[in-house]
Design a protein around this ligand. Structure first.
Ligand SMILES: NC(=O)c1ccc[n+]([C@@H]2O[C@H](COP(=O)([O-])OP(=O)(O)OC[C@H]3O[C@@H](n4cnc5c(N)ncnc54)[C@H](O)[C@@H]3O)[C@@H](O)[C@H]2O)c1
Length: 282
């Protein structure tokens, strides 16, 4: 087998929010695969870090919620590379809003819309002429969440916009099939990133339970979603995959509420308070 099994080397990818977390892990993996990078980021420290770490990449200071920034971003990609093969719409945030829907405000809805969905419309629409000009073999990859496929209390509006990404992904895939551009989504479960510092926050007493919460026994890492993104970016590997959402969750969605009893080969889908004749707890 050759080194170029993915056949992505030399292609151009634009990653939004590539300065941290899943976006940064995707940028690092794409660079390793020989993909030329454009990265949009709006955090000054992360911009400086990217510029130092990736001198060959196009690093653009842009807020992808802003129409003018997005137009300038795509123009800079065209000026530098003259093409765009892969777009990773990675920016997204629950904005630490954890209110019940009944207590949520219109200002919160607007903010969640801007950072989770509106930018995806703006960046994708602005990028499409260049992607179509580049020709068949393109890929659009939208970062969704496992919460698009199950209920998440106190994050109802966030989940609603993430669910909308499923519809956007499916319908756009149908529209762009004839252009040879595939559109897919990645739906991660809790992943250690700048936004979600999950693993280190688990108190000592609860640490043994990590292996019971996730069938695969750990929180996600940026690299997990980056691997899915590279697969979806590779026409060679995923050339007939479009309109789908790839759940990257360590098996959590498949498990539903089922969890392994700590250190045992038995499982429960009930909160265990005392022996119930079904689980093996005294
Ligand atoms: N981390 C998780 O547990 C998790 C779970 C499910 C889904 N996701 C989704 O994965 C994606 C990435 O999440 P993450 O946890 O890696 O995020 P993160 O906050 O760690 O990183 C996001 C990056 O985007 C940048 N950014 C934010 N707003 C921007 C804007 N308006 N313009 C340009 N850049 C902007 C940030 O500065 C940061 O560098 C998001 O869409 C998120 O909703 C994350």
């Amino acid at each position: 087998m050759t080194d170029d099994i993915l056949q992505v080397a030399g292609k151009v990818a634009l990653i939004t929010g590539g300065g941290a977390g899943i976006g940064r892990a995707t940028a690092d993996l794409f660079a390793e695969a020989g993909i030329r990078l454009a990265i949009a980021e709006n955090d000054p420290t992360r911009l400086a870090d990217l510029r130092a770490a990736m001198p060959d990449a196009l690093i653009v200071d842009a807020d992808v919620r802003d129409r003018d920034d997005v137009a300038r971003l795509i123009q800079e990609v065209e000026d530098r590379f003259g093409r765009l093969d892969i777009l990773v719409n990675n920016v997204g945030d629950y904005l630490k809003i954890t209110s019940f829907f009944a207590d949520s405000t219109e200002e919160e809805w607007e903010a969640l819309y801007g950072v989770n969905l509106l930018h995806m419309f703006r960046v994708t629409k602005a990028a499409l002429p260049l992607m179509k000009k580049t020709g068949p073999g393109g890929a659009i990859i939208n970062l969704s969440t496992v919460e698009a496929f199950r209920g998440i209390p106190r994050a109802t509006v966030y989940a609603a916009f993430k669910s909308a990404i499923t519809g956007f992904t499916q319908s756009l895939a149908v529209e762009l099939g004839a252009d040879g551009i595939r559109v897919n989504a990645i739906a991660p479960e809790t992943t250690d990133t700048a936004q979600i510092t999950a693993d280190s926050k688990v108190p000592l007493a609860n640490r043994p339970h990590i292996g019971t919460w996730f069938p695969m026994g750990r929180f996600g890492r940026g690299e997990d979603s980056a691997g899915a993104a590279l697969y979806l970016a590779s026409e060679r590997l995923s050339g007939w995959v479009t309109g789908t959402s790839m759940v990257v969750d360590g098996g959590v969605l498949a498990a539903g509420a089922w969890m392994r009893m700590q250190g045992k080969d038995t499982f429960t889908h009930l909160p265990i308070i005392a022996a119930d004749g079904y689980t093996d707890i005294e």
